[in-house]
Write a protein that binds this ligand. Structure first.
Ligand code: WT7
Length: 655
């Protein structure tokens, strides 16, 4: 089966100073399962509660008795935990380091005291604009300090933030604004990425012309590039004009632990993206504790997570986890490969970064540029590396370990999902021996299990679908506005368990190896794209009759998007039309959803009942330019017209 993996034992330097040793991991893990109330009750003491919780865990995944409630008589405010409580001891400590897109632009350091003031001012401004507890606020910003400030200002007044990734187009913004019923949008004139401008305000303007977006009363515009933008009064207001004169103190809202903190949309296998809803108490307990334990956090660390705040990694491990822990977190506006492939490593040297957390896709892209750009820098400040977003191939792992970390720094490969709130499976650097490509072992309170397609539990070594048997505090509570969809998506496939949508193998040491999605979700550069979303964007073009989209292995992105398109009768395929369709998807969803390959399909392989057999399309896409014998496609006898497969194989694109 699988050859034994090389083991990288715990480093003695980590073992000597770690917060959690190997023995302690085992002891605490056992306690977390046997006495969850005692365990999480103690962990919850790490936060400042306005009213300490007396009830800890109240959860059941059984459909007849379904509930997920944590700390549910507790009261707290997330922004107070991220800011106010640090003022006395860490007021002058840097909370955020801002490194702009251009290396020539000055970096900024924002202390906890200053961050507190800026959050309070915006929170006061939001209240003055009529935003209150429970109202939804859309945040569509570049990676600038105002993104974190906006999230925390919402949290301060009990408004529910909904961040939209800056790479999404008008349609995607409109869908999310409409589904969430947002009252206000915080955006910027433009974003900057690799020296190029992103027309954020113009995208918001276009989104607000689309149906369903009438709930929006106000658009606050941060002056970032200072480009001239259309301001539509009285709807549009300059951020600085409404914020500058606000008082620097702001009474925080008392929130119940189970009150919503934010909504974040993520793709699933069917339909439109789901509004994943996270609540205040459990989420904050979980992200602050995992951030401290997994990254073995120390007071003087300079911590850098390269994610965008538009994704959950940015929420949990740039903003809420690090700031709740009083850490110094770096906010980076740029990209890894601009102005050149040593930018990451230069930023690490410039700010003496100690903990660096990035995605396998970035590592693979930089690995392609060779060791030169890395060797040109020192990276001596680094002590710990992390990855997230997709399985990391052992080759990339070793390059990250040997070249970037000089074989000095452990790598924590952290497996989790938007729905999870925080890390569920990961090494703890002072406790866990590493195996390249394995996320290793479950975090406290997390009970993974592997089941076959019938739901039968696989014990010991084996491979199947990954489920989680019981709740953890950071878990999502519902799909915003559609609780039934929440239950149906995650708890009906294997009743009594949370189904992750991932395949997984467990080895003889009990280590978990995530093998990737088993549903119709594609993981492109660590970003989730639903095949149904891309298909519906394609068929919205008036020359397209039908489309089927699958993932295929991609050297840098992990998975790429492969689209099969059937044109309406009378339309002729052409290179120009191909380019037009790719552009159409970019405009409909955003650049991350643009197909890497688009193949004309005179017909799609369907069963007699009309269901598209994606398994076959996946095989053809995966084969790329290599030979594809008919028997490699599996059983095609149930197809209504088996001959369509031959023509697809003949005409396949060579990725
Ligand atoms: C999917 C979740 C939450 C982090 C960002 C992605 C894949 C995530 C790993 C990892 C293997 C991973 C899974 C998961 N994934 N981390 N360390 N090893 N696979 O969040 O967009 O909700 O995607 O990303 O397939 O289901 P997301």
């Amino acid at each position: 089966m699988n050859p034994p993996a090389t083991v990288y034992p715990v480093k003695s330097a980590f073992a000597a100073e770690t917060r959690i040793t190997r023995d302690e991991y085992q002891r605490l893990y056992a306690q977390s399962l046997q006495q969850p109330d005692a365990f999480w009750g103690k962990v919850a003491e790490r936060l400042d509660w306005m009213k300490a919780p007396t009830r800890i865990k109240d959860t059941s995944f059984e459909l007849k008795d379904f509930r997920i409630r944590w700390f549910d008589d507790g009261e707290l405010n997330a922004s107070v935990n991220c800011l106010d409580r640090h003022l006395e001891t860490r007021g002058d400590k840097t909370a955020l380091i801002f490194e702009p897109d251009s290396p020539d632009a000055p970096a900024q350091r924002i202390s906890y005291r200053e961050l507190h003031e800026r959050v309070c001012k915006l929170a006061n401004a939001l209240r003055a604009l009529g935003v209150g507890k429970g109202d939804r606020v859309t945040i569509y910003l570049p990676m600038i300090p105002e993104a974190a400030i906006a999230m925390l200002a919402c949290a301060r007044i009990g408004a529910v933030h909904m961040v939209v990734f800056g790479g999404f187009a008008a349609n995607s913004i409109a869908d999310r604004v409409s589904d969430s019923g947002s009252k206000l949008i915080i955006t910027a004139d433009e974003g900057l990425r690799a020296g190029r401008k992103v027309a954020l305000k113009a995208n918001v303007d276009a989104a607000l012309k689309l149906p369903g977006t009438n709930s929006v009363e106000t658009v606050l515009v941060v002056r970032h590039t200072r480009a001239a933008v259309d301001m539509q009064m009285p709807r549009d207001r300059w951020y600085d004009a409404v914020v500058d004169d606000q008082p620097v103190q702001c009474e925080p809202e008392r929130m119940n632990a189970e009150d919503p903190l934010f909504i974040l949309y993520t793709s699933g296998s069917t339909g439109k993206p789901k509004g994943v809803l996270h609540t205040t108490g459990g989420y904050l307990v979980y992200v602050s504790y995992t951030h401290e334990a997994v990254f073995d956090l120390r007071e003087d660390d300079v911590y850098w997570c390269t994610a965008d705040v538009g994704w959950v990694t940015g929420h949990s491990y740039i903003v809420y986890g690090p700031l709740a822990n009083g850490a110094t977190a770096l906010v980076f506006e740029g990209v890894p490969t601009w102005p050149d492939a040593s930018r990451f490593w230069q930023v690490i040297d410039k700010h003496r970064v100690t903990i660096f957390y990035t995605a396998p896709t970035a590592i693979r892209a930089l690995m392609r540029e060779g060791e030169g750009p890395v060797q040109a820098t020192s990276r001596k400040s680094l002590r710990l590396l992390g990855t997230v977003g997709e399985p990391i191939n052992p080759e990339a792992w070793r390059w990250y370990y040997e070249v970037v970390g000089d074989s000095r720094c452990p790598i924590v490969d952290t497996w989790w999902q938007t729905e999870n709130g925080g890390i569920l499976i990961s090494a703890l650097p002072g406790a866990t021996d590493l195996k390249p490509g394995s996320a290793t072992l479950p975090f406290f309170g997390v009970q993974p299990a592997i089941v076959d397609t019938h739901g039968k539990r696989i014990e010991g070594e084996g491979e199947g679908n990954l489920v989680i048997l019981d709740s953890w505090p950071g878990q999502m509570r519902t799909v915003y506005g559609d609780h039934q969809r929440f239950i149906d998506t995650y708890f009906r496939t294997y009743p009594g368990t949370y189904f992750t949508g991932d395949g997984c193998r467990r080895d003889a040491d009990g280590y978990y190896w995530i093998t990737g999605r088993v549903d119709d979700v594609i993981n492109v550069s660590g970003h989730r794209i639903g095949t149904a979303e891309v298909e519906s964007a394609l068929v919205s073009h008036d020359k397209v009759a039908e489309a089927a989209v699958v993932g295929f292995p991609h050297d840098i992105k992990g998975q790429g998007i492969y689209a099969y398109v059937t044109l309406i009768a009378g339309e002729q395929p052409s290179e120009a039309l191909r380019a037009e369709l790719v552009k159409h998807v970019r405009a409909e969803i955003g650049p991350i959803a643009a197909p890497d390959h688009l193949q004309w399909a005179p017909g799609l392989p369907k069963t007699r009942s009309g269901k598209i057999m994606r398994r076959i399309l996946r095989k053809i896409a995966e084969a790329g330019s290599s030979e594809l014998a008919p028997d490699q496609l599996g059983d095609t006898s149930t197809l209504a017209d088996p001959s369509v497969v031959d023509s697809l194989v003949q005409e396949r694109r060579v990725p």
